[in-house]
Design a protein. Structure first.
Lengths: 115, 112
């Protein structure tokens, strides 16, 4: 079956530090890959996505590249801000077209940025 | 999230009580999913509707869980005879292909 393994937290960084949150997956075929973010007191929001190998998703300074050879989709940001403090979830759907396929999520990584 | 409303936001139920959780997507949201998110975990799939048809209910943990979407819009997730292990946030996720999908803010269920 499909599964997502992501870096366990919590992760605490100082403002302007470099961020990497690791995510690897197991799936047949060519899944679509996602990062969702959950800010304190808010619902899950799509942060970025990639639908095929070597695609790079990016948003709000965050990036992740779909690496089929290593089955990974690591999240990176060059300089984090206090406002990036949140829980980050890596997820996949098995289809190339994000339509009627259910999401499989990792367990989430709590990120805290200290001023 | 914008466009998907869930109610109530919080629900406290006594063990053994039945509960009903509501999801109200915007018009045109063909696909609707329910997820269960336990504390400190990622969301887990419960069930999926395409319009009024329940196409996948493989994630429902027991026959105490029941979901419906009779007119292809509002959906209700019902849990009968609640137990403590049902305590979680229940998330609705709705949208349509090529348009986008949105999570609701969820209903936090606490069974005491």
């Amino acid at each position: 079956g499909n599964s997502v393994t992501q870096m366990e937290g919590p992760v605490t960084l100082s403002e302007e530090a470099f961020l990497t949150i690791n995510c690897t997956y197991t799936a047949t075929g060519y899944p679509s890959l996602f990062w969702y973010v959950q800010y304190p007191g808010e619902g899950l929001q799509l942060l970025l996505k990639a639908t095929k190998a070597d695609d790079k998703g990016s948003n709000k300074g965050f990036e992740a590249t779909y690496r089929k050879e290593t089955t990974s989709f690591h999240l990176e940001k060059g300089s984090v801000q206090v406002s990036d403090s949140a829980v980050y979830f890596c997820a996949l759907t098995p289809a190339a077209n994000f339509g009627n396929e259910k999401l499989t999520f990792g367990t989430g990584t709590r990120l805290t940025i200290i001023p | 999230g914008a466009g998907v409303s869930q109610s109530p936001r919080y629900k406290v139920a006594k063990r053994g009580q039945d509960v009903a959780l509501r999801c109200d997507p915007i018009s045109g949201h063909v696909s609707l999913f329910w997820y269960q998110q336990a504390l400190g975990q990622g969301p887990e799939f419960l069930t999926y509707f395409q319009n009024e048809a329940q196409l996948d209910k493989s994630g429902l943990p027991s026959d105490r869980f029941f979901a419906e979407r009779p007119e292809g819009s509002v959906s209700t997730l019902k849990i009968q005879r609640t137990q403590q292990e049902d305590s979680a946030v229940y998330l609705c996720f709705a949208g349509k292909p090529n348009y986008g999908y949105t999570f609701g803010s969820g209903t936090r269920l606490t069974v005491v």
